[in-house]
Every structure is written in C-alpha cells, then in structure tokens.
Design a protein around this ligand. Structure first.
Ligand SMILES: [Zn+2]
Length: 197
C-alpha cells in the first residue's frame, strides 16, 4: 500500500517537464524526507496556485488578478502589444525589463503537424484588441522555429489591414531556438533591433 502511494507520486512527478522517471524517484524521496522544509511549503504553494492564479481575460497572462497587473499598470505603453506563444516567453521578456508595452499570449503556435489551427489559439481576441483602437505597434516575438514563423505570417496577414506597424524580433539565433532559452542580452538585442514587416 505504502509503496503504491509513493509510486503514484513518482508517476505524477515524472510527467513534469524536465523530469524523467529517475529524477522523479529522487524528487519523491527528497520530498518525503523533508516534510517540514520542502513538502509542506510545496503543498501550500500548489494550493495557492490552484485557487488564486487565473488567466487574464485581456492578454492571457497568468496572475492573481483579472485583468492582470501588466494590463492594469498605468505606466505601461498601451499603444504597443508584444505577441508571445506562451507565458514563459512573457516571463523571459519581463526578466530583461526591456519591454514597456503590453502583451498578448496566444497559448501556443500554429502547427499543421500537431493539428493546432487558428481556432485553438487566442488569435481572435488579439484582433479584437487591435480593432478596439489605440494600438499602433504589434511586435511578434514568436521565435525562429517553423511554427513560430508560420504563426507570425498568419498574424501579419490578419493584422496588416489595420494599418498599424507590425514588427518581429531580429534574431541572430539558430533556427529552432525557442524564445525562453535565449539569454537576456540576446533577447534585449533582438527586441531593440526588431524589424518592420
Ligand atoms: Zn493581462
């Protein structure tokens, strides 16, 4: 009985990105041995995240408030929206401190291979935000993968009729590099040297 409960924990941990079965076993044992210092604070943090964190109805960011703290921040430049695939990309850009505009999180990238079409992503809400007016520039920060480029072209086609500036990150990074893996310096450079489409 006890073994199977531990097995269940290991199986769940092994589903986390970056953790294989072997590191999941190590993590499980680590948690069990350190109840006070690690397990209990982790349970508390998971419960908090479960009940308090929600996606922002405006931009798709994750926060305790909806609209999120970025959308409601008066100091952000509301005329510029940076479009990213995932919240991890938003975090990467926020870490650099180089972007002072707003964001739009698509929730993924177009992929014929994985059967992900425009209807699976938050593309219509982005078009609606532009339609509402006040936006003068869209920066497509979707990475250099095939999916990133396909999505960027699709969005550019949808947004060009609005007559706003559409730019994409300049990147001196190898094709296939994901945004989240870029170091801060490269990311700042790619943002500052963004090119108009
Ligand atoms: Zn937001």
């Amino acid at each position: 009985m006890a073994i199977s409960e531990i097995d269940k924990l290991i199986q769940i941990l092994a589903r986390l990105p970056g953790l294989g079965p072997r590191s999941a076993r190590r993590a499980a044992l680590y948690l069990i041995k350190r109840k006070e210092n690690i397990l209990h604070p982790l349970i508390e943090a998971l419960r908090m995240v479960d009940t308090a964190i929600r996606p922002c109805g405006n931009c798709g960011n994750l926060d305790v408030a909806d609209p999120c703290a970025i959308c409601t921040n008066e100091k952000r430049d509301r005329t510029k929206i940076c479009v990213v695939a995932d919240v991890s990309d938003l975090w990467a850009l926020e870490r650099t401190g180089a972007w002072r505009g707003l964001y739009h999180v698509l929730g993924g990238l177009l992929s014929a291979l994985d059967g992900i079409g425009p209807e699976h992503l938050l593309i219509s809400p982005l078009v609606r935000r532009v339609e509402e007016g006040g936006v003068t520039e869209i920066v497509l920060a979707l990475g250099a993968t095939v999916e990133g480029q396909t999505t960027a072209h699709f969005l550019a086609d949808r947004l060009l009729p609005f007559g706003i500036q559409i730019s994409r990150l300049a990147h001196g990074v190898p094709v296939g590099e994901e945004l989240d893996y870029l170091d801060d310096g490269t990311l700042i450079q790619a943002l500052e040297a963004r090119r108009s489409l």
